[in-house]
Design a protein around this ligand. Structure first.
Ligand code: MG
Length: 160
């Protein structure tokens, strides 16, 4: 049985994952409107992945005898200055999510809930990849300028 304190904290993270999904969906639509179909597709996949994180956490809560809750979500941004600004935002956002997950592990540790710590460590590890992927795209964009945008759009469009 999960403690109510940890249940609340995980539910807050479920909301954060859903908000992330909306952020990336908004970025996908922004790119779609600008003609960057590859970036749009990548962002859509990214949004789906965030919804899967929320669902995974919800299923975990229920498995532990808790209740997952769908709360209100703040509106997400809709406009950015450039494709580079979008991916810089992705990087900053993923760094922020990493901090949220770290804090969640701290709550699980304070509640002395080993199973939840183990479950959450998977997300801690995944954040390392999320940050590195976003940073890598930002680096490539900065290095190559306008021609890098063309190639990256094609490359990221291959994401399944
Ligand atoms: Mg996530």
């Amino acid at each position: 049985m999960i403690s109510s304190k940890l249940q609340d904290a995980i539910n807050a993270q479920i909301g954060a994952e859903m908000w992330s999904a909306n952020l990336y969906l908004s970025m996908s639509y922004y790119f779609g409107a600008k003609g960057y179909e590859g970036f749009a597709k990548w962002m859509k996949a990214q949004a789906n992945e965030e919804n899967e994180h929320a669902e995974e956490m919800a299923q975990y809560l229920m498995k532990r005898g808790g209740q997952a809750k769908v709360g209100a979500l703040e509106a997400v941004p809709q406009e950015w200055e450039s494709p580079l600004a979008v991916f810089e935002h992705v990087y900053q956002h993923e760094c922020h999510v990493s901090q949220l997950i770290d804090a969640l592990v701290d709550v699980a540790a304070a509640e002395n809930d080993k199973a939840s710590q183990d479950f959450l460590w998977g997300f801690v590890r995944e954040q390392v990849e999320e940050e590195a992927t976003a940073q890598g795209i930002v680096d490539k964009m900065k290095l190559g300028g306008a021609s890098a945008l063309y190639h990256l759009n094609a490359e990221l469009g291959t994401r399944k």
